[in-house]
Design a protein around this ligand. Sequence first.
Ligand code: GDP
Ligand code: MN
Length: 349
Amino acid sequence: QKVNTKDAKNGYVYRKVARPKYTGPKEKATFVTLARDEDLYSLLGSIASVEDRFNSKFQYDWVFLNDAEFSDEFKRITSAMISGSTKYGVVPKEHWSFPPWIDQDKAAKVREEMRENQIIYGDSVSYRHMCRFESGFFYRHELLDDYDWYWRVEPDTRIYCDVDYDIFKFMRDNGKKYGFTISLREYDATIKTLWSTTKEFMEKNPDLIHPNNMMDFISDDGGASYNLCHFWSNFEVGWLDLWRGPAYSAYFDHLDQAGGFFYERWGDAPVHSIGAALFLDRSEIHHFGDIGYYHVPFHSCPIEESIRIQNRCNCNPNDDFTWKGYSCTSKFYTVSKTEKPKGWQKYAD
Ligand code: GDP
Ligand code: MN
């Protein structure tokens, strides 16, 4: 059964498949995707897997952000896939440009050097705007004002298992504020001064650091150096006020002033991860080991057969990255004093 819906704001007509409406309690939560028009067809598979595995049961909204206006085709096709309301926003220019204090020549030289050294995305201006936007601005977009929680989705990703519970409600009920599926070590060459800049911030603002933080996840020597561990931010389920709050806001401003988004190639993954590790209570960070996830080149797949059967996962546990040496999730379980699944050692290399 199909129904036609007129979207008053965007002024076009699209078709939505009528589904059983979820009428239970809901959180103020939304999916959020940053994309360009040309990402449309690589996004559809991500959206389909999230809808089929989770969202068709709960019908949460989906916010799409872009540094340019989305095409009508993008809006029509994504709206038709999504069971909740869909919203499309343009990123304000100040959130996607060089701040005035950045030395353009210096930034251009770095891009040239990184191109010669073949550092991935090292010569890209747009990738840097993207990383800076995801680090410090997505949660300030007006389309996110109505929400407390978000789930970030990128093109070409997959959820492998059924998620039959409301993930946002789970976060709230269990006192969680940041959830991840995959963690790993960052490419050192992209963040040479991120840690020294972070230490400066910590020295100036000791009162902003949470007394029960998770420094031992990101540093193996009590904060002297960064061990490069970070939550992979292409998947995130989080509490928006973590980023909107005074501690992270001050931290982002400090990093932005230092210029490393342009003079180096700081990624939003290490920036968010350091933020979550320093400004949250350590018990507020959650590993989602039960939903399965893929973003090239890593898979998260529950190694316990009982979970894969229960949740109808369509992934191969032999591909799982979670317990491998280059992953940081084993460290996360150790420092959280959480028991690892039985037999994890078999999947370690
Ligand atoms: P990777 O995962 O680090 O390889 O980076 P991606 O190419 O997946 O980009 C990360 C996210 O930002 C994805 O959701 C992309 O769709 C989005 N993105 C990257 N560059 C741009 C850009 O220039 N404009 C817009 N609007 N989105 C971008
Ligand atoms: Mn990606």
